[in-house]
Design a protein around this ligand. Structure first.
Ligand code: ATP
Length: 465
């Protein structure tokens, strides 16, 4: 077969391919199209020959034509076009999603004599893509609730409780281990509720001493103590009509509990150094990782105050009670950290994911987040492997099924949760040579939590230096 024979068959070859093929002159006049083109556009050959290719209303050409200083067909400027995703308008007015490729055609002297364009109909693909995107959105919406991630049954049940609690004005108390997400729950209650248009104010009851805490909560008047140079509004006044989140409420001094009880009962506050009652309409959301009943027995927490704040109790499930959420959480943290770090790590290996799933997570979600941050620093490869995770996670072969652990329960060997936590804190302080920030990193909890636990368990970090 010689080349002239081949030319005879060429048209048949072009007509058998499903993609559309169109040849245009340098002015954009359509000079030839194949059968695929007819199928995709709905135009017959006789209808388009001699017409301008603008007839197809291609979205990318429209954009190029409207761009200032641009030749109406970018392809003639650049010589070729590769995998351009756009849409053209069929003869019946329906848009078709396409991918097009194009090249200019030159004669023997290098003069442009036209261009060839191929068109692939990707309607099926885009339909599938949008279906996947909508499924993904649906799944995301189910697994996320005001920034909280959780597809497991305990989390789904918690989301429902939060929705209900948000609608009520009754005080809410959130129990749960450190790092389990109590603060996120408090914020979600506010955002999901009828007070969301008003302030949300957080106060950490363990971070301040008694007099500073009272001045913080209730405000003070000028001269009420050394350093009170002017009147100051307290956090309750600032939270008027909204919510106040009292974190670590178990660390609230007894005398402050009495004052808060009055705020709850009479809905008034008095600034420190003043006796003028100020009306406030604030819902209290509190949280603790301590066993309040035990504190009541020891006389360290007022029973009447406990019943006042414990109207709607919620519990943040520990991560080991909802191990099914680990991959979901890990992937979400991975994506967030990757975006921030700019490091080109592609994912978490199967083995590393298994290690995450098998670990017991005493520091809960916070520890998981820290573990991934650690992995991003130590990984210089494509995938996060077990060796990039903090040592205890990579090492711990804990294949025991997740055990529901009530907040005020007993830990291994019948020890109370407090005893287990105390031992864990001592271990961390020992490894960290008394450095509380380092101990916090080891445990995957905040420095404030370590500081509060040191205080609660009456430890002296200097003993571990
Ligand atoms: N369900 C969740 N989804 C996404 N992130 C979470 C979830 N739970 C907790 N986190 C993240 O884990 C970290 C610790 O959460 P949070 O501060 O709410 O815990 P906590 O129980 O209040 O801890 P602590 O008792 O130490 O104050 C935060 O960075 C938070 O964003």
């Amino acid at each position: 077969m010689n080349s002239s024979d081949l030319n005879l068959y060429w048209k048949t070859v072009v007509d058998t391919i499903q993609d559309g093929v169109m040849i245009v002159s340098p002015e954009g006049t359509i000079v030839s199209v194949n059968k695929g083109f007819e199928t995709i556009t709905g135009y017959s050959q006789s209808e388009v020959l001699g017409q301008s290719c603008a007839l197809l209303g291609c979205s990318s050409c429209e954009i190029a034509r409207n761009a200032e200083g641009c030749h109406w067909c970018v392809m003639f400027k650049h010589g070729r076009l590769r995998r351009q995703r756009c849409a053209l308008i069929r003869k019946d007015g329906i848009p078709v999603q396409i991918v097009k490729n194009a090249s200019v055609l030159k004669d023997g002297e290098g003069q442009i004599i036209g261009a060839v364009e191929t068109i692939t109909d990707i309607t099926d693909l885009t339909t599938k893509e949008s279906l996947i995107a909508s499924y993904r959105q649906e799944l995301d919406a189910q697994d996320r609730f005001y920034g909280m991630i959780g597809a497991s049954a305990p989390m789904q049940a918690l989301f429902e409780l939060i929705r209900n609690a948000g609608q009520s004005d009754a005080p809410v108390i959130i129990f749960g281990e450190s790092g389990a997400g109590k603060e996120l729950i408090a914020k979600a209650i506010h955002e999901a509720g009828s007070r969301s248009q008003f302030p949300y104010i957080k106060v950490n009851c363990a971070a301040l001493n008694e007099s500073l805490l009272e001045s913080e909560l209730f405000g003070h008047v000028k001269g009420s103590f050394t350093g009170a140079h002017r009147d100051r509004e307290g956090r309750f006044e600032a939270a008027d009509k909204g919510d106040i989140f009292l974190d670590e409420i178990g660390d609230l001094p007894l005398s402050t509990q009495v004052k808060l009880l009055r705020v709850l009962e009479e809905k008034v506050v008095e600034r420190v150094g003043d006796h003028k009652p100020i009306q406030v309409d604030v819902r209290i959301i509190s949280a603790t990782n301590r066993d309040l009943q035990a504190l009541i027995s020891k006389g360290e927490f007022r029973e009447d105050f406990f019943y006042r704040i414990n109207v709607i109790p919620l519990r943040a499930p520990s991560l080991r009670e909802r191990k099914g959420d680990i991959p979901l959480l890990a992937r979400s943290f991975f994506n967030r950290i990757r975006m921030k770090s700019g490091k080109d790590i592609h994912g978490i290996s199967r083995e590393a994911m298994d290690a995450l799933a098998n670990y017991n997570w005493p520091g809960n979600v916070r520890e998981l987040k820290s573990a991934l941050e650690f992995a991003f620093v130590s990984c210089h490869e494509d995938l996060i492997e077990p060796r990039h995770l903090p040592a205890p996670i990579a090492a711990e072969p804990d294949c025991a099924p997740p055990q529901p652990v009530p907040v005020q329960s007993r830990g291994p060997g019948g020890a109370t949760l407090d005893q287990v936590k105390r031992t864990r804190l001592i271990d961390a302080l020992t490894s960290a040579k008394g450095n509380q920030s380092e101990a916090a990193r080891i445990l995957g909890i905040s420095r404030t939590s370590v500081w509060a636990q040191v205080k609660r368990y009456q430890l002296n970090p200097a003993d571990y230096v």
